[in-house]
Design a protein around this ligand. Structure first.
Ligand code: SAM
Length: 252
């Protein structure tokens, strides 16, 4: 087989038929105009629902569409075996974009943006399309085959209630009087955890942190307050540090 390009391309699952893939829009433009690929080039394509294909570019139809044929397929390569859900309070500027990008790269499956008591950013200001584009790009960048879901913005309480309704271990990040995350993870029995198909849910607060009442509410829903150390981190740093520690612990 010829060299396969390092870049990954996205195909909507409805554009995969038998052994053929129709690459459309930006994906096609990137392949043909930016990478200047010609028929015969080998590429990797993912469909966001767990399928990864090695394919060969067969025919460039026009600027926005090209047909590729599938040589090999794999199911869920590079996907973590633990489901991690991130509940993240909305934060200002492009820092929430950063949380999405890094959470997807690190292997999170579900991101729930929440509006909590001390959020400065208004819930109406979010951009679902923009977040999806960031997640899509991060999925390809990290060679994942599953496009994580980014839910609608909901209240912190709704997210906590949802988390408590699923088979999950739950942590809420807090920088004072909490169990060190390292100790919390060390006490997890990974085998039992995996056999039981449990998810891990992590909640990170906004710039001003969670209120005491929010933390107590989460605790009544079996969230454990965990700390990443004595330093007061920005929300985006805390989210990345926590997910990274969880993934490292679970995957080695
Ligand atoms: N208002 C809080 C205070 O006065 O200490 C700090 C909020 S911090 C800027 C934003 C969020 O990041 C917190 O709600 C928490 O979820 C997370 N966070 C920051 N530092 C942390 C740490 N050392 N351990 C665990 N979580 C932390």
């Amino acid at each position: 087989m010829n060299d396969v390009l390092h870049d990954y391309y996205y195909v909507h699952p409805s554009d995969v038929h038998n052994n053929a893939i129709m690459l459309r829009g930006d994906e096609c433009i990137h392949l043909v105009k930016v990478k200047r690929c010609a028929p015969g080039a080998f590429i990797t394509v993912v469909d966001g629902i767990g399928n990864e294909y090695t394919a060969v570019l067969q025919k460039i139809i026009d600027r926005n569409s090209a047909v590729c044929s599938i040589i090999q397929s794999r199911h869920k390569p590079n996907e973590p075996f633990v489901n991690v859900m991130l509940i993240a309070a909305l934060i200002k500027g492009d820092r929430f974009d950063y949380i999405i990008e890094k959470a997807v790269e690190l292997g999170v499956n579900l991101i729930v943006p929440v509006f909590s008591e001390r959020c400065v950013r208004m819930p109406g200001g979010h951009k679902a399309d923009r977040w999806r584009r960031i997640a899509l790009s991060a999925m390809k960048q990290s060679h994942r085959s599953v496009l994580p879901t980014i839910s609608e913005v909901e209240s912190f309480l709704d997210a906590v209630n949802y988390a408590s309704s699923i088979n999950s271990l739950r942590i809420i990040l807090e920088n004072v009087s909490a169990v060190p995350l390292k100790r919390y993870l060390a006490e997890l029995s990974l085998d039992t955890f995996i056999e039981k198909g449990r998810s891990i849910v992590a909640a990170v607060g906004p710039e001003g942190g969670f209120t005491e009442e929010e933390i107590q509410t989460a605790k009544t829903k079996s969230f454990t307050a965990v700390s990443l150390g004595t330093r007061r981190l920005r929300s985006d740093t805390a989210a990345v540090a926590a997910i990274s520690a969880i993934m490292t612990h679970c995957e080695g």
